[in-house]
Design a protein around this ligand. Sequence first.
Ligand SMILES: [Zn+2]
Length: 429
Amino acid sequence: MNTETVWLALENSINARRDQVIQLIQDLVRIPSFEGEGEVQALISKWWRERGIEPDIWEPDIQVLSTHPAFVDVDYDYHGRPNQVVMFKGQGGGRSLALNGHTDVVPVDPAPWTYGDPWSGKYIDGRVYGRGSVDMKGGLACGMIVMDALLENDIKLMGDLHMQFVVDEENGGNGTLDAILKGYRGDATIFLEPTSPNYLVVSSRGAQFFRINVPGKEAPIEHTRTTVNVIEKAFILFQAIQSYASWRAAGADHPLYDWDPTKIPVAVCKIQAGSWPSTLPALCIMEGSLECLPGEDIELIKEQFKAYLLEAAGQDNWLKEHPPQIEWFGLRFESAATASDADLIIEFTRSYRHVTGNQPVILGGGGSDLRLPILYADSPSALFGPAGGAIHSTDEYVDIDTVMEAARILGRFILDWCGVADGLTRRKL
Ligand SMILES: [Zn+2]
């Protein structure tokens, strides 16, 4: 089958879907999905069933997940929070492709929105506003309309194409991990996260949350000459973490992160001590995140960080006698990157050029689910999706032109990657 003929039909079909994509993003945004994705998943299932497609729907099993090394430790289960996958089986002889989109969003704070409220899905001047519009209901809609356009034109691919609609990405990625454990993989994976269609993100930083406890002795404020104030001692460690971060940033050298002034984020972001304004605190707790670049092993970086802090502590007489307790908790990501000469990058760039006449900028990103198929499904992966603004904050929006642009590029890449077996017989439902 001639790919160019099929492409023309597919591109026209995608271009005709601007109103459909706006409506779909609005419908998705109008379901708040920060405290459970069941309702938004039901809307997606219904959308597919209206097209004669039955998704595979299941609830992640926390017992199975929690035995996996990439499990992000959470204190809840996935009852009422199903994953789902829509599979277009290929005719054989082509490469498979996985698309992935998360259905959860982050919560909103009470600040008023300029355009509607966080769940209004208001459309103004080419943008749809609302929590989750750009992260990443716009990306979900992008994948859905491209697959719908394939259906409408009865385009049969050679390789399998499937899309994973996953839960619980914002808290670390257990939904994607579960889809992988269920056996869903592609010869490549594209996460339709909001990169903007100018960029293809091909790596993920490693990260680990840390907690530092500096225990002391509670005492009335009159005892400041005889009792150590643990806040003062914690501050020594706070400064040591800042100098560690500067030292790491100065030594960072990775071509995918040239764009990033921070390169390796490491910081204390939460401090807690004391119970009364005139009582010296018994304990100071500092929490933060330690990150690393692709090619670095987060476990080795954790050891390095701990040794650095203990050495700094050893230079203070009191801390030497009362060493801080350094703990790891919560989020833990391994770093990962798709090789720069991977077929995914080379061929995506070719498809991209075909549609736009330009090249995508290829760069590295922060922690994301991208690490999971690379490390656990042997699937080179990238993030690619629409653009917008105010991600995770007030007045979040997605730009519809960029959803359409990402959809065209994705459509072309699907044809090139999976291969076209047959097409252009209009589907009769
Ligand atoms: Zn996201």
